[in-house]
Design a protein around this ligand. Structure first.
Ligand code: A3P
Length: 315
């Protein structure tokens, strides 16, 4: 779902955060931590009532792997492929339909009645979530909806997560990098241990309805990766349309667009948008700890190799 909805939700959460007592900021559901700032237990409890459609465009990514960016790319590809008139195109690309239905930008965010309201969204719906594969609503698999799974190197993901969490006041108190690193590496953050998500998705390598992509690959060659997305989701788009989407979804274009409505939230959502920022933040000991943990849990899996840890997280 498009970005406008995301900004509004974050603005609302931020405004309300001063009324939330620190101990009420997190809750556990099904063994995983969530933040009350954007999720509510009732919604998570009835997640399985979400009715997927076979033509849904599902985007899954752990927080801070670039899901707002890739979500917007998918919304634009869907709109270009749908050959809608200008008014409908705009509605879809700015999230107007979602806004009218008071929908929240990620499947698990917001109130439980949203799944009912989502039925009114016209196809093809672009549905984003941060959930791990074993927690996705069953109908997504039953309907064989196609799923794009996004990864980002864990070191940049961690740095991005800290800035977002502090900016959004997600935790009871503001965290230093050292404190956050230790939570991140032990999975004591909303959505749990990132490396576990990679391990779980590794079980879906042979599923033809699942495609994996990395933030770094898209940064390196956005046109090529958008072409892959279009082929996977059966979007019919021309080379020129892809080029135009590449230009509309650069980091600068998206940040400028966000600044037009709300600079504060824009600065939280669009921070640096680069690869390798971790080098400015990780200590030697933290580097070693992350390298060791990656080696232990993920490195030998196929997906572990696919995310090119040695290229993006070493040196
Ligand atoms: P940084 O904090 O490293 O800058 P998510 O959308 O999943 O929350 O991920 C947020 C990360 O994606 C942030 O990373 C953000 O800056 C980056 N991002 C957002 N839009 C982007 C774009 N158009 N191009 C590249 N990175 C982008």
């Amino acid at each position: 779902m498009a970005l406008a909805g995301m900004r509004e939700l974050l603005e609302k959460s931020l405004a309300e955060s001063k009324d939330v007592t620190p101990s009420d900021k997190m809750f556990l559901h099904d063994g995983e931590l969530y933040t009350t700032m954007i999720c509510c237990p009732e919604t998570l409890k009835i997640l399985d009532t979400f009715e997927a459609r076979s033509d849904d465009v599902i985007l899954v990514g752990y927080p801070k792997t670039g899901t707002n960016w890739v979500g917007q790319i998918l919304v634009e590809l869907e709109a270009a492929s749908g050959k809608y008139d200008e008014e409908e195109r705009k509605k879809r690309c700015t999230g107007q339909n979602e806004k009218e239905l008071l929908l929240f930008p990620y499947l698990e965010f917001g109130d439980p009645a949203k799944f009912e309201r989502m039925k009114k969204l016209p196809s093809r719906r672009v549905v984003k979530t941060h959930l791990a594969p074993q927690k996705l609503p069953k109908s997504i698999y039953q309907k064989k909806a196609k799923i794009l799974v996004l990864f980002r190197n864990p070191k940049d993901t961690a740095v991005s997560y800290l800035h977002f969490a502090n900016g959004m006041k997600l935790f009871p108190t503001q965290k230093s990098w050292d404190e956050f690193f230790s939570d991140f590496i032990s999975g004591k953050v909303p959505y749990g241990l990132y490396l576990n998500h990679i391990i779980e998705w590794n079980k879906y390598l042979d599923d033809k309805n699942v495609m994996f992509m990395t933030y770094e690959e898209i940064k390196e060659n956005p046109a090529l990766e958008m072409k892959r997305m279009a082929e996977f989701f059966d979007f019919s788009v021309s080379k020129q349309e892809i080029q135009s989407i590449v230009e509309k979804t650069t980091f600068k274009a998206m940040k400028d667009q966000a600044a037009e409505t709300n600079e504060g939230i824009g600065n939280i959502l669009f921070r640096k948008g680069i690869v390798g920022d971790w080098k400015n933040v990780f200590s030697e000991a933290q580097n070693e700890e992350m390298d060791r943990k990656f080696e232990e849990i993920v490195a030998r899996t196929k997906l572990g190799k696919m995310i090119k840890y040695d290229v993006y997280c070493k040196g």
